[in-house]
Design a protein around this ligand. Structure first.
Ligand code: SME
Length: 145
């Protein structure tokens, strides 16, 4: 967390802060198969920095997907089995579980951290405890724009 905190704070711009966060999370957590950040533009989530296989979902309307649901509900969503969730928009056939953490500036959604795992039920309280503070740090940088 300290490395993430310093990297996010020291990045010269919001875009590089997002890139650093994605890199450090992906490197630190072996069960994170795909790590990306979506930024809210109007009523669409637009894919920013990511590591993992290219996703077909580079723009997600607010009403769609687990990503759209997390932004609408303004709350973290954990899905243990993506194939059992009708909201799920598939990114890779290997993906088994997903966590989406909104990046909030007060009541306003700025974007979200989206992480997929090839392991079922890979995300729990520890991931939430790591990612929600990272989202808060990113919110400070994204609010600069
Ligand atoms: N699974 C997401 C779409 C994004 S890909 O995982 C990168 C969703 O259901 O919203």
């Amino acid at each position: 967390m300290t490395a993430l905190q310093s990297a996010i704070a020291a990045a010269p711009a919001p875009e590089s802060a997002m890139q650093q966060a994605v890199r450090l999370l992906k490197d630190a957590m072996p069960h994170y198969s795909w790590v990306g950040i979506y930024v809210l533009e109007g009523d669409e989530l637009v894919l920013g920095p990511y590591l993992g296989k290219p996703s077909p979902h580079t723009r997600i309307p607010l009403g769609r997907g687990i990503c759209g649901a997390a932004a609408t509900e303004k709350a973290t969503i954990v899905v243990d089995d993506v194939n059992a969730d009708p909201r799920y928009l598939a990114c890779s056939i290997e993906t088994k579980s997903e966590i989406v953490v909104p990046i909030m500036n007060g009541p306003e959604v700025l974007g979200e951290i989206d992480i997929d795992s090839d392991q079922p039920a890979a995300f729990g309280a520890r991931d939430r405890a790591l990612l929600e503070p990272v989202a808060a740090l990113l919110a400070e940088r994204l609010a600069e724009d």
